[in-house]
Design a protein around this ligand. Sequence first.
Ligand code: ATP
Length: 268
Amino acid sequence: MGGAALEVRDLVVGYGPVRALRSVSLQVPEGSVVTVLGGNGAGKSTLLRAISRALSFHGGSVTGGTVHFGGRPLHTLSPDRVVAAGVSQVPEGRQVFARMTVEDNLRAGALGSSGDRAAKAAALHRVRELFPVLAERSRQRAGLLSGGEQQMLAVGRALMASPTLLLLDEPSLGLAPLMAARIADTIREINAQGTSVLLVEQNAALALRLASHAYVLEVGEITLAGPADELAASDEVRRRYLGVVDEDAAADASRAEAAHPVLSRWEG
Ligand code: ATP
């Protein structure tokens, strides 16, 4: 998988007595898009919070394991030092500052940046090119933007710190298919510009199209891992995460219907 930019090893996380992650290990190679798939409560947000050191804001803590980025330990840093080290998170639920203007939201994203004025100006230019609508609405209050536009603003705000790794928590959540596809195109573009991406998603179809490598997280444990195209073709992922009907079971059901048409109709 090339040189590992992000290396998570044997991570154990709890919220008080609740064990949310059990010995989770994964890698995000430099320049790649990697996805973690999982259903509700699997531990996806917890994983990103543990990497960005935001767990304490949610009453959680890391009780074991390590996180390294570019060979440097992140698990000993404060959240602002993690941002300065090049790792920015876009939290779930497009948490923009609704009463602040679009422009001020973006400025707030640059606060944690270790870059100088020129770097911040370059970051703003990049965000405006990626999301022209944010440039058009710069003086509008963020709360007036549509859901999709707010998601763009949340991503744009994270990019203002010029991260080398972007942590994305379910960016397609609650968006219409067309808007989700636009967000996916933008993630591809962000990655093509040199930013690695760790994407956690319930929308497996979208995530597996974007990622080169994928992990499946279930109840706090990694149960499957591999190249995204191999996982997309696996029966387990197709059935559980891509909503593909088990063809053998469907064939059995239709044979039963043919053999006992009346019974099947009555039962149905
Ligand atoms: P979803 O897709 O629904 O957002 P998720 O995969 O992101 O789910 P997490 O939010 O990380 O899952 O939750 C993992 C486990 O940790 C769940 O059992 C959840 O109830 C628990 N949990 C999450 N946040 C907290 C919290 N702040 N306090 C206590 N328990 C929590």
